[in-house]
Design a protein around this ligand. Structure first.
Ligand SMILES: [Zn+2]
Length: 259
């Protein structure tokens, strides 16, 4: 179940007042192979966008971004028919935010167009363009990033769904050659782990060492699913078994730390 309500917003940049629909509580049943949640919910979670200047609200703006954003909104004419997450991804890109954040926001713009919630009808061409943009942004994520592997798996699913099966098979080979324990050194981790709720790097390192075999098995399981789908030239969306999804892609649990 999903609770929708309208809230009154005021744009911090042009002072326009407008009403935006937001989602309160919602239920999801699990994740798809590209980590998209499925269930009785609007996916992705709707975000507010000013109908006057196009400013799109995100969670990762800092005070010092304001000046640049103001200039950006003045210069760029935001197309209000584009998915809001696409507008947000371009804001993040302009502000030079982390590659993983930009990639994830493009991914959500793709989901938004796919699920066509409350916005203009997106045609297939538009959906495919967003899908390819998300892949391009995932390509920019560095090997040393602790979320690198997670995004390789998501990319693999997007590539398969585009019907690029040979490319998918090469990516599977590439993923197989990645040293998971090597990734676990988490070079980038300390930059991102500013939230006290996240376990410390050493705790994660220890857990990874202890459970690397378990995760390797889960990773292999996921690669096998993709290999099978590619063999059958399957371009459809598929859901993940709950435990596998939680292990690999959990957005609020530990899953993501291992990938
Ligand atoms: Zn505005």
């Amino acid at each position: 179940m999903s609770t929708i309500r309208n809230i009154e917003c005021k744009c911090p940049f042009c002072s326009k007042e407008f009403v935006e629909t937001i989602q309160g509580s919602y239920t999801t049943f699990g994740l798809c192979l590209d980590s998209m949640p499925h269930g009785a919910a609007i996916v992705p979670n709707p975000i507010a966008r000013c109908p006057e200047c196009g400013f799109t609200e995100g969670n990762f703006f800092k005070e010092e971004d304001d000046k640049l954003l103001k200039e950006y909104l003045k210069e760029k004419k935001v197309n209000l028919n584009e998915p809001p997450y696409y507008s947000l991804a371009k804001e993040y890109e302009f502000l030079n935010k982390e590659d993983t954040l930009i990639a994830e926001t493009y991914l959500k713009a793709f989901w938004e167009s796919l699920n066509n919630y409350g916005y203009k009808d997106y045609d297939e061409k538009c959906i495919e363009t967003l899908q390819k943009l998300a892949i391009d942004r995932m390509d920019k994520i560095k090997h040393t990033n602790h979320k690198y592997l997670k995004f390789q798996f998501i990319k693999l699913d997007l590539i398969r769904r585009l019907g690029e099966f040979d490319k998918g098979l090469s990516l599977i080979d590439e993923i197989k050659s990645i040293d998971i324990l090597g990734l676990a050194n988490l070079d980038d981790y300390s930059n991102e782990a500013k939230n006290d709720l996240k376990p410390s790097k050493s705790v994660i390192q220890e857990e990874i060492n202890e459970s690397s075999k378990y995760y390797q098995e889960k990773l292999n399981e996921l690669l096998k699913i993709q290999e099978e789908l590619i063999k059958n030239k399957d371009k459809d969306i598929h859901t993940l078994k709950k435990d596998l999804g939680e292990t690999l892609f959990s957005h609020d649990g530990r899953g993501m730390f291992f990938l």
